[in-house]
Design a protein around this ligand. Structure first.
Ligand code: CU
Length: 261
């Protein structure tokens, strides 16, 4: 028996891979370019709050990319830019929220940029993302993640899938969506959770995770617009009480928000 274990251990040792410190394949030249004027010339597509690390991610696109619907590949000349912000905290180090339930921006730290042009991306080899190339910049335009180190950008963005042209959360671009952190979701024709209890003054955000549209309302109180997949609706609850929540498209969808002091 112990001989078996010894043999097993030896086998495991042999199997232990050598650690390579070489970066994944990547281009060496910056063909992306820092879009210095993006705040004036690009369109803001989505502001996404990340509760795990308190960061705010703002996605911008140049006009040709901004006009591309989510089901089509991006045309050549497309540039997508992603601002990463830290957000403000309260004295207890909890993430601060504004009146709309959104994170409050503090410092702009990084601009992640990608550009699509004919023949781009070949240098990423097996990690190639179609014809995109990636570079990270600081707000002053200096390089933070050089092309030679951008192989990791490409590896991660493979997860977004070729069908999305290697771009995350496209279903939320250009629709009535927000990147507010939801307190509840609409899924499978249900409100999940069905009953919520919140403090007076809380902004509740519902996120439609369903493939079908929903339209939230509370009788006599409020109405959302039609929410497609990926859309959110936020509502501040300022009065103590119990609010019935329903969907105007599916009579069987019911939920309740209880507001306490
Ligand atoms: Cu519904």
């Amino acid at each position: 028996m112990s001989r078996h274990i010894a043999a097993l251990a030896a086998g495991l040792l042999l199997l232990t891979p050598t650690i390579h410190s070489q970066p994944p394949p990547a281009p060496t030249l910056d063909r992306v370019g820092f879009p210095a004027n993006y705040q004036a010339t690009f369109k803001k597509l989505l502001t996404f709050d990340r509760p795990d690390n308190g960061q705010i991610r703002v996605v911008w696109a140049n006009p040709v990319a901004a006009d591309t619907p989510a089901w089509l590949p991006y045309p050549y000349g497309s540039v997508l830019l992603f601002e990463s912000w830290t957000s403000k905290r309260d004295a207890q180090n909890n993430i601060l929220l504004d009146e709309n339930g959104r994170f409050v921006p503090d410092t702009l730290t990084t601009l992640f940029v990608k550009r699509k042009e004919p023949g781009f991306g070949e240098a990423y080899l097996h990690n190639r993302n179609g014809e995109w190339e990636y570079t990270g910049y600081r707000p002053d335009g200096t390089t933070q993640t050089a092309p030679a180190a951008s192989g990791n950008c490409a590896i991660c963005h493979l997860d977004a899938g070729a069908q999305n042209d290697f771009t995350f959360r496209r279903e939320r671009f250009g629709i009535d969506a927000s990147g507010a952190v939801p307190l509840a979701t609409l899924s499978h024709y249900r409100f999940i959770p069905g009953d919520l209890t919140v403090r007076k003054g809380t902004v509740v955000t519902w996120y439609n995770d369903d493939q079908v549209q929903h339209q939230i309302f509370s009788p006599g109180a409020f109405n959302s617009s039609h929410m497609t997949n990926g859309a959110s609706f936020s509502r501040k609850f300022d009065t103590v009480g119990s609010f019935e929540i329903r969907c105007s498209l599916h009579a069987g969808m019911r939920a309740r928000v209880t507001v306490r002091e």
